[in-house]
Design a protein around this ligand. Structure first.
Ligand SMILES: Nc1nc2c(ncn2[C@@H]2O[C@H](COP(=O)(O)OP(=O)(O)OP(=O)(O)O)[C@@H](O)[C@H]2O)c(=O)[nH]1
Ligand SMILES: [Mg+2]
Length: 384
């Protein structure tokens, strides 16, 4: 058994260090509040000492080896019974005795079969365990947080190139920090949001409009091209009414220029688009014809944090032709692992402009720092 003490600021930190160093099977044995040693400790706030333990894998292997030895012993002991089967050919006078021997032989054979099956099970467990052990604890932590395997390999390769005096975990943080890029694109001029259906484009537009007009006191205008989905126009016009900002619906690309011109006095014009499947090239091309007319390079791909890893790539591929230059990641409140943030940023190679964290308009939207993202990705922080 391995027992380790951790001095940490909070239980969250303790949990992630324990999971990282001892693995997910570790258990907490005790926790108590202490002060930092020395005179400074008297004036500082309390910290926590957490003791955790995990079964040593070598002990486990030893146990399994012992079990196998025991089974081998049983088999050795039973082997002579097989030879006793010669007695089955005994003459008629000994028939009764022979029947008894036959039954005994059958019983021995069944026992043996059962022992063999148990042994097979133990061997499989050992094989699986060894395969599992080949992965480092770090690799398992990254996998548990749903980071894509290619990115994990990338991280593991990069670790070896960083100065050895740094702790492995700190190296990972640095690599993830470098991988994530935060956008400094300003929300001004014409801004377009695109993305798959239901990811939260319209809600995000409403949040941005609220934030810009109510908090930053900017003049905001709203345009939607989404006349496809029933209720889409009403959804945005309701927000526009509440915030008392101009709102236009356009049904063809030709109308785009005129709509934007009519909002010339606005600091920001936010354009909501129809949710389209990235696999439908015709729909994406149609969307592109609207966006071209908006004549802007302030285009944000909206993608949900809950998107499956395999789908992220196909969405990015499908939307590539729209030349989006920023990413907004939504629904962080709907997941417990945040590896998809890293996956999305890695594959888009575009900076993150906003994340959204709930359905409330305009509150549940924010800018996030690289450090906050890293903490989420490594399971040190969460959003509820
Ligand atoms: N939990 C959660 N729900 C969200 C968030 N953002 C949006 N939603 C919800 O997601 C649903 C779809 O949001 P919409 O804004 O209509 O999504 P959309 O991308 O405009 O959808 P389409 O126009 O149909 O493509 C609504 O129920 C929203 O309230 C978020 O950050 N967290
Ligand atoms: Mg919408």
């Amino acid at each position: 058994m391995i027992i380790k003490k951790y001095i940490v600021n909070n239980m969250n930190e303790a949990m992630s260090r324990i999971r990282y160093e001892l693995g997910k099977d570790a258990v907490i044995i005790s926790q108590r509040k202490i002060r930092k040693p020395g005179i400074r400790g008297i004036f500082s706030s309390k910290i926590i000492e957490v003791t955790a333990a995990i079964d040593n894998k070598d002990d486990l292997k030893e146990d399994m080896k012992n079990s196998i030895d025991a089974i081998k012993q049983v088999m050795k002991f039973k082997e002579p019974s097989k030879i006793d089967s010669n007695q089955l050919t005994m003459n008629k006078e000994n028939k009764n005795k022979s029947n008894k021997e036959e039954q005994k032989y059958e019983k021995t054979e069944n026992d043996l079969l059962r022992e063999m099956q148990e042994m097979k099970k133990i061997m499989t467990t050992i094989a699986n365990k060894e395969e599992h052990e080949e992965k480092s604890q770090l690799e398992l932590t990254l996998e548990e947080n749903d980071i894509n395997n290619t990115i994990i390999e990338d991280i593991l390769d990069k670790i070896n190139t960083i100065d050895d005096s740094m702790e492995e975990y700190e190296k990972v943080k640095r690599i993830i920090n470098e991988e994530t890029q935060i956008s400094n694109t300003k929300m001004q001029g014409t801004v377009v949001l695109v993305g798959p259906t239901g990811v939260g484009k319209t809600t995000t537009i409403a949040k941005l409009a609220g934030r810009l007009s109510l908090i930053e006191k900017k003049k905001v205008g709203l345009i939607t091209i989404d006349t496809y989905r029933i209720g889409a126009v009403e959804q945005l016009s309701t927000y526009a009414d509440i915030m008392n900002i101009p709102f236009k619906v356009i049904i063809s690309p030709k109308e785009m220029e005129e709509a934007i011109n009519s909002m010339k006095d606005c600091d920001v014009v936010l354009i909501d688009t129809t949710g389209r499947s990235s696999k439908n090239k015709m729909q994406i091309a149609e969307l592109n014809s609207f966006i071209q007319k908006a004549e802007t390079d302030n285009i944000h791909l909206v993608i949900s944090c809950t998107t499956k890893d395999k789908d992220i790539n196909s969405i990015i591929e499908g939307y590539k032709s729209l030349d989006f230059n920023n990413v907004i990641i939504t629904k962080l409140d709907e997941t417990t692992t945040y590896g998809s943030i890293l996956n999305i940023l890695h594959y888009t190679k575009k900076p993150l402009s906003f994340v959204t964290t709930g359905q409330n308009v305009p509150d549940d939207i924010k800018k996030i720092t690289c450090e906050e993202i890293t903490n989420l990705i490594l399971g040190e922080d969460f959003i509820c």
